[in-house]
Design a protein around this ligand. Sequence first.
Ligand SMILES: NC(=O)c1ccc[n+]([C@@H]2O[C@H](COP(=O)([O-])OP(=O)(O)OC[C@H]3O[C@@H](n4cnc5c(N)ncnc54)[C@H](O)[C@@H]3O)[C@@H](O)[C@H]2O)c1
Ligand SMILES: [Zn+2]
Length: 674
Amino acid sequence: MSDFENLKKRAEELRGELERHARLYYEQDAPEISDFQYDRLMRELQDIEKEHPELVTPDSPSHRVGGSPRDGFVKVTHAVPMMSLDNALDRAELAVFYTKLCESLGDDKVEVVCEPKIDGLAVSLVYEDGLFISGSTRGDGQTGEDVTANLRTIKTLPLRLAKPLPGRFEVRGEVCIDKKGFAALNAAREERGESLFANPRNAAAGSLRTLDPRETARRNLKIYLYQIIEPEKFGILTQRQMLDEIAALGLPMQGSDLLCSSLAEIYSYLDGWETKRFEHPIDTDGVVVKLNGIALRGVLGVTAKAPKWAIAFKFPPEEKLTQVREIEVSVGRTGVLTPTAIFDPVHLAGTVVRRANLHNQDEIEALDLRVGDYVWVHKAGEIIPEVVRVEHDRRPEGTEPFNLPDTCPVCGSHAVRLPGESAVKCRNSSCPAQVKERIIYFASRSAMDISGLGEKIVDQLVENGLIHDYADIYDLKAAELAALDRLGEKSAQNLVAAIEKSKERPLGAVINALGIGNIGEKTASDLAERYRSLRKLEKTARDSEPELELAEGVGPVIAQSLHAWFTEPHNERLLARLESAGVRFESNEPVRDRAALPWNGLKFVLTGELSQMTRAEAGERIKALGGATAESVSKKTSYVVVGESPGSKYLKAQSLGVPILDEAAFLEKLKEAE
Ligand SMILES: NC(=O)c1ccc[n+]([C@@H]2O[C@H](COP(=O)([O-])OP(=O)(O)OC[C@H]3O[C@@H](n4cnc5c(N)ncnc54)[C@H](O)[C@@H]3O)[C@@H](O)[C@H]2O)c1
Ligand SMILES: [Zn+2]
């Protein structure tokens, strides 16, 4: 093949790869490669296209912004396109940009504003007569997603501007999650066995682009504005004035920007920010350099995807090479065995790092990591240490593949990995490693609601040997409690009263308090409603997993988790003691008159994508009518609802002769019943 043909082939390959990664990143918020790797691939394509303009295709990723809007959102056409920014991957590229800027404008001291580049996702807000009326994501630059309801849940987003502003006003900026929020969100997701966000940008994007604004509200997102559309209308002449005006309107602004008029000043800003960014509460992935004069921007114009008057300087990724000395296994509140790599200390993003969470066995296998290996580590979102990859060529002799133990390193009970779960767990609810956390959870508001039994008191009770598990709580005496630090006689009596009162908690709260894996507040209350008796639930869970699987809201994972918990002998003893203490084991809630609901007794299985609603919404509506949904098709299934590109359930339904409804027929049936 000629050189030219080789290049042509490479360009095609690069486009394919870049498109795949762009979809993962923009549409699914789940990238597979780092931004740095992505930027390198993009630069390679741009270089080929620059050398050989005849190889440019109109749909090349180098000429496009972002990704397509997600289904389920109303689409919004932007009045002014939302563009991307060109990148400078090092200082030399930045120098080229600034020099060109000076040449084009015939001025060797062109003023630019340097701003931190927030690693979030771009949004545009529209205010009408000073009131927030709508907001959208960038999407592909022309068309974005209407996320007004989700944006309204962001606490720092003003619904009314600080000063009156008649007519339409559009302002743009970045929605993000701060480093603390990112770490907390991922920790909670890990606890629930959900997939982790790769970085704060993906976490923010995933949180803003959900169809449930209540979910967005829980994520504690932040917003910072940096651009007013049609600034001339407001008499704004420079970027600096624009930022002042944003602040004056009461809109959150990032700050930390600096007006510069030479390359040396820009570099010194970069120097300063390269260390300051580690203490900054929000993850930044670079510095944006923008021409200050707004009228001059028109002189320079735009390319297909970015303005020519601004550039994003990207920080190089901080990765360090080190050697793994040990893989430590710890046990968390829910009994999850978590492996942690311990390596020789390295400096990363402003701190010394010696350990990184390896999450689970699958992660270790995906990395192919062994004790003794040399590994590259970095901090995701500048905060969470991670092993990025292993230098397999440097693997020392005599290393062995690592496997998580099959017994709990703390209590010696069996540690089991259930099918469909990523975690190996100790299932013993009186496991000492879990005991404090389990007791705190048991006493928490959504469980037994024992006010006064907080972390500090639980610490003392466990450390003084007064309790060993949560059933011991019911044997506590006021005199024992009064002897603890910080607890007077009065509070001790109050605590005993709160413990007594907790025995009356509803059955759902009791089930939640047990701390069974995968069973949270909602599932526990569903189980209580269905079984109405803890002993009945226990019996079902022990005898027959398949039957549970068919119960409302109980999928196979939950069924297996219940089975594993109720068959652990330690837990049998805990239950017996709770029962004899007088904790509620039978439901006292009135039975809902299910028989009167139109779909009582009907079982639905949903497969494929529906266009009018999500599957979860369809499930809710089925339930509201008294029906149930199940994961798998059996002879007991009443209907299989088939959406776009259905799975094997469709074939199964056909072979079993279960009635099949397409979306239109299902909607019709819903309408009749509702
Ligand atoms: N890892 C992957 O697989 C993957 C895939 C696709 C894209 N990416 C990443 O996304 C980048 C491309 O995304 P992009 O088009 O959003 O470009 P970008 O993130 O490089 O820069 C443009 C964006 O910067 C944001 N921004 C933050 N602070 C700003 C400020 N102060 N002023 C102006 N804008 C500011 C805006 O949202 C703007 O749209 C790539 O460089 C790559 O790093 C990664
Ligand atoms: Zn244990």
